[in-house]
Design a protein around this ligand. Sequence first.
Ligand SMILES: Nc1ncnc2c1ncn2[C@@H]1O[C@H](COP(=O)(O)OP(=O)(O)OP(=O)(O)O)[C@@H](O)[C@H]1O
Ligand SMILES: [Mg+2]
Length: 484
Amino acid sequence: MKLATETKARLLRAALGVGVRTKIMGIALGLTLLLGLGVSLLLQRAFVGVLREGLEEVGIDVAENAVSDGAEPLLTRNAFALQRVAESLYRSHRDVRYVVFRDSAGHVLAHTFAGTLPPDLQKSRDLPAGRPLRVEVLDSDEGPIHDITLGAPEAGAGSVQVGVTENWLRQRVRKMTCQLVAATLAMSLLGIGAAYVLTAVLTNPIRELTEVARAASEETFDRRAQVVAEDEIGELSRAFNFMCERLGRSREEIRRKERMRLQLLQKVITAQEDERKRVARELHDHTGQQLTTLAVELKALGNAATLTEAKERAQHLRGVVAQTLSAVRGLAFELRPSILDDLGLAAAIERHVEDYQRELGVPVDFEAVGPWSNPLPAEIETTLYRICQEALTNAARHAEPTHLSVLLTRRRDSAVAIVEDEGKGFDVDAALSDHEGERHLGLFGMRERAGLVGGKLTIESRLGRGTTVFVEIPCGASTSEEKT
Ligand SMILES: Nc1ncnc2c1ncn2[C@@H]1O[C@H](COP(=O)(O)OP(=O)(O)OP(=O)(O)O)[C@@H](O)[C@H]1O
Ligand SMILES: [Mg+2]
């Protein structure tokens, strides 16, 4: 039982595992053969029925002619005349195998056999009561014979027995069956041909699509499927090509972004290294020198001979300490504006704006709207600060602005910074998709920074009208409330 189920499952798998073309051609062939053979069988049966009826009618016809032509000799028992009538009918009908005349007692008066009557026919056939006709089918060496016995119209005159063979009928049926089988085979061949063409039309584009899909899975997106017709498959091919095109473009975009990220990282590392070198140089050349001076002065103070000399040296020492302190503060501010920690983002940007305005000599409006005294998470503050810094630097470097404005807005669940310049403006899309753009990382860096804290950066610019950098970072109402 289990084995049979397994065999069935295996057969089903094997049947379903063959190609679409084989399936369709198999179905077409099976159907045409089944239909053709079924129709042939039905036609053959109907044909045989009709021909048999016709054959019996011929037999009855011949028998009627026999009793009509032989009525006289039957009455007079003229065997010679009856023999002539029998032979004449026998010769004139292709299907007639024999004609036998009998008298009313059933004795044979004349027949068409060369010798004696065959044993089957020696006994006379009794006619059914009240009917002058009896039809039965007899077996013979050459196949079934329809035996028709017809009584003469005059009572007691005798009867005639006519045998008609199915030979001719069988030949016709055989010929017709051969023609039907040939037609079925021809139809099957036609069906297979049509199925072949149909499957070629259907499966070739599918095969091509499979190839393209395989290439796409190996990240080769430049292959396209041919759109042969504007049907469903054509539509599928077109949609597939479009998908490959989009995939190829986004793959290229991802690669470009990866390259830019790498460049940005390198730039950050280099900037960090440069900054460290600068701080080390500053500490060594300036702070170190001043500490050395302090040590020397302290030693001299220790060796001061008079109080006046000691006071003078102490005075000088205070000056050196004040200078060192100011230099260290400056260094610390440059590393990370301590004002960002001390007073928060709004004040830090305001201070940067003041310095910027002084250096560039261009008016800059600054406004901070909302509860900026509640600090935001440090990474959000740093992000907004650096984005504003880069936007202002870009305006100074590229825009030749006549006026600038910086607006900070603190909303319930987000912080927004807008930096606007009335300068030259530029084509943002071109700048962002510029393949040379790998050397310009400011815009990309701004977008990356915003993305890292879940924010969104938008740049709008029109040539000759200026540029607006808009950044919004979600910061959750709880964040500000927690910190208050
Ligand atoms: N405010 C602006 N006004 C006019 N053009 C601008 C402005 N901001 C950017 N651009 C244009 O966009 C380009 C890309 O800017 P981006 O900040 O990415 O690079 P960069 O400033 O040239 O170099 P860096 O990588 O040092 O920032 C600039 O070269 C400039 O042509
Ligand atoms: Mg820049």
